[in-house]
Every structure is written in structure tokens, then in C-alpha cells.
Design a protein around this ligand. Structure first.
Ligand code: NDP
Ligand code: GDP
Length: 333
């Protein structure tokens, strides 16, 4: 029998990789997409015709109920969120509405329409914030450091609560930072790899960054969406830390990214106080032991160095393509 899945956050990094994976596995994929003045298609253009889109918004419960009715899914992946920590200080209320209450809306829609659907919630290592132990595991107490982190804690506990209150198959994946060429441009990794390409191609002279000493446990998004799927294939619902178990600094990321195209980051990176956080998360390091033993997951499929290099290579291609397009428009004008 063909399985069906409903994904929220389809236009984002994880939604697009998860859709690739589920389509490969033969799923019928439905995706909640909010109306925008122009379609946001960059990450999903290649599979646009294989997905059934349903218009809706995490803030609008009736649209979610409608999406559940249309898709009647076996599995629901709630990936939609206001996901950028920096923006969560500028828009704390919206972040709470989407990233926290949006989870309650999704859980309610599932409970009302399809309570036996398996539910995945995209929780975050940002919940650990000012870490109280290292490495962080599933039982590490939370100490969020941003409105985003606070909102994710609410979503996490609502997921646990719906599992315990209504016996729903609801899982929370506590994912550490994961990156890819499809990552939003404001996140530090993609900001760096895009700038490396532009500097190498003579389109930019410097890169302005904040705290170069922040440490993160960075993995590859394509490897991480596999865990989301694995969590929903288990006999029992549970929560898992997904991480590589290695941490690196923003500085190291710069060193490898610039080094990959023969440049020294010290000649281009400028520290700008504008990019320092109101409250910083100094380090995040996850212990994926439970995911390895229970899900059979391999956290080191793509190494840190491979990840940085593949992101730089993709940005080199994209930036070259963009500047070729501009030149060909210019020559026709
Ligand atoms: P992105 O920011 O790339 O994607 C977010 C998605 O949410 C977009 O599709 C966006 O749609 C959608 N969205 C935002 N607001 C709404 C709304 N009100 N209604 C419906 N859809 C909405 O995030 P990622 O793919 O990187 O992350 C996926 C999830 O995992 C997020 O919940 C994130 O917080 C969480 N997470 C991510 C980590 C990471 O390192 N990437 C780490 C841990 C957790 P639109 O295109 O229209 O804006
Ligand atoms: P986050 O872990 O979800 O906040 O992911 P980000 O990629 O946004 O940030 C990772 C770390 O990089 C944080 O500790 C930031 O303070 C640090 N950082 C340093 N400079 C920058 C910058 O210019 N932009 C962003 N987004 N982060 C930066």
C-alpha cells in the first residue's frame, strides 16, 4: 500500500530534502504551502510536479484541519517555523505564534482529523541554549537563550504532552544545526559559503560576521532528514537527539571555506558588532548515541570538511550562474 505524508515547511531546507527522500521511497507527498506574492520555489523546483500542494498557514487552524482532511496522511512532519534565531529578537511575538503555538495548531488538527497519524516535531538544540552539561543528550535540562529557543521548548513539550495525554504517535527530534546548499542565506554557514564564492569571483571584498568563537555541532541536512523518517518507523514514539558528536567554531568554518578556493579568511573576514547576539549560545555538542543504537543511524556519513566544501562548490556554481544571467541580460539591453 502506498503511504502518504503531509509536510509543513516544504519550501525550506529540510522540507525539500525530506520530500526528496519520501518520493524516493514511493510516498504520496502532500505539502502545506502558504500563499506568497511570488512562489518560493528554489529548493523544490525539481520535484514541483510530484508534490500535491495544499494552501495553508500554521497560524490558521482551519487551513490545517483542511490539509489533514485532504491528505489523510499516515505521517505528518511539522517542519514549518520562524526558524532564524536572530529574527526571533526582532519578531518575538510572531516567533511565539508560529514556532510555539503553530505546533499546538498542528497537533490539534491531527488529533481532530487523523489521531492515528504519526507525528514528527522539528525540535532544536537551541532549547539547550546556555548548556548545563556537555555533551547534550535527550535528558539534558533546557535553558533556551532566545525567543526562538523558548518557542521550541513549548513545541517540544506539547509534542510530549499529546503523546502522553492522547496516546498519539508523536515524536520530537532534537536536531543540532544542519546545513546544506539549500540553507537560508542568513545562517552563518551559508552566509560564509556564499560570500566565499562572491569574493573569489570578484563580486565582493569582505565578509562581515559576529562571534567567530561560537561552537556548533554541524551536520548535513540530507543525512538528518533520514532520522526524521526513521523515528516514525519505530514501534514506539520517542524523542531523539540528532547530532554528529563533533563541534567546530565559526572561525574553523571560515578557514576551511576560504581555504577551499585558495584564500585566507583573515584577509576578508571583518568582525561587526551588528551580528553579535543579544544572548549567545556559546557551544552546542550533541551525543547521538540513542539515535545510533535505536534508529541504526550513521552520524558521520558526511564529514564537517566535506560539508563545508560541498557548500562552497555549490555556491561557486550558483554565483557563476547568476552573474552569467546578469551579463546576458545586460548584453541584450
Ligand atoms: P527553513 O527556515 O529553511 O524553513 C522554514 C519553513 O517554514 C519554510 O518552508 C517556511 O515557508 C515555513 N513557514 C514559516 N512560517 C510559516 C507559517 N506561518 N505557516 C506555514 N509555513 C511556514 O527551516 P529549516 O528547513 O532549516 O528547518 C526546518 C525545521 O527544523 C524548522 O522548524 C527549524 O526551526 C527546525 N530546526 C532546524 C535546524 C537546522 O539546523 N536547520 C536545527 C533544529 C531545528 P516560507 O518559505 O513561505 O517562508
Ligand atoms: P543558530 O545556531 O541557529 O543561531 O545558527 P546561525 O547559523 O544563525 O548561528 C550560528 C552561530 O554563528 C551563532 O553562535 C552566531 O552568533 C554565530 N555567528 C557569527 N557571525 C554570524 C553572522 O554573521 N550571522 C549568523 N547568522 N550567525 C553568526
Amino acid at each position: 500500500m502506498i503511504k502518504s505524508a503531509l509536510i509543513t515547511g516544504i519550501t525550506g531546507q529540510d522540507g525539500s530534502y525530506l520530500a526528496d527522500l519520501l518520493l524516493e521511497k514511493g510516498y504520496k507527498v502532500y505539502a502545506l504551502r502558504r500563499r506568497t506574492s511570488v512562489p518560493i520555489m528554489e529548493n523544490i523546483q525539481h520535484i514541483e510536479n510530484e508534490i500535491e500542494f495544499i494552501e495553508g498557514d500554521l497560524l490558521d487552524l482551519s487551513s490545517l484541519i483542511n490539509a489533514l482532511k485532504i491528505s489523510n496522511p499516515d505521517e505528518v512532519y511539522n517542519l514549518a517555523a520562524q526558524s532564524f534565531v536572530g529574527t526571533s529578537w526582532d519578531q518575538p511575538i510572531l516567533t511565539g505564534q508560529v514556532t510555539a503555538l503553530g505546533v499546538a495548531n498542528m497537533l490539534e488538527a491531527v488529533r481532530i482529523v487523523k489521531p492515528d497519524a504519526r507525528f514528527y516535531q522539528a525540535s532544536s538544540s537551541e532549547m539547550f541554549g546556555k548548556v548545563v552539561e556537555t555533551p547534550q543528550v535527550e535528558t539534558t535540562p533546557f535553558y533556551p537563550r532566545s525567543p526562538y529557543g523558548v518557542a521550541k521548548v513549548y513545541g517540544h513539550w506539547m509534542t510530549v504532552n499529546y503523546r502522553e495525554s492522547f496516546n498519539m504517535f508523536a515524536c520530537s527530534g532534537i536536531l543540532f544545526n544542519h546545513e546544506s546548499p539549500r540553507r537560508g542565506i542568513e545562517f552563518v554557514t551559508r552566509k560564509i559559503t556564499n560570500a566565499v564564492a562572491r569574493i573569489k569571483l570578484g563580486l565582493q571584498n569582505e565578509l562581515r560576521l559576529g562571534n567567530l568563537d561560537a561552537l556548533r555541532d554541524w551536520g548535513f541536512a540530507k543525512d538528518y532528514v533520514e532520522c526524521m523518517w526513521l523515528m516514525l518507523q519505530q514501534e514506539k514514539p520517542d524523542d531523539y537527539v540528532i547530532a554528529t558528536g563533533e563541534m567546530h567554531s565559526v572561525r574553523e568554518f571560515c578557514e576551511i571555506a576560504f581555504g577551499h578556493v585558495g584564500l585566507d579568511y583573515k584577509n576578508y573576514v571583518v568582525t561587526d558588532p551588528k551580528f553579535f547576539r543579544a544572548a549567545e549560545v556559546d557551544l552546542l555538542l550533541g551525543d547521538p548515541a540513542k539515535a545510533i543504537s535505536t534508529l541504526g543511524w550513521n552520524p558521520q556519513k558526511t564529514t564537517f570538511k566535506e560539508l563545508v566544501q560541498l557548500m562552497v562548490d555549490e555556491d561557486m556554481k550558483k554565483v557563476k550562474q547568476q552573474s552569467n544571467n546578469i551579463m546576458s541580460v545586460g548584453s541584450r539591453a
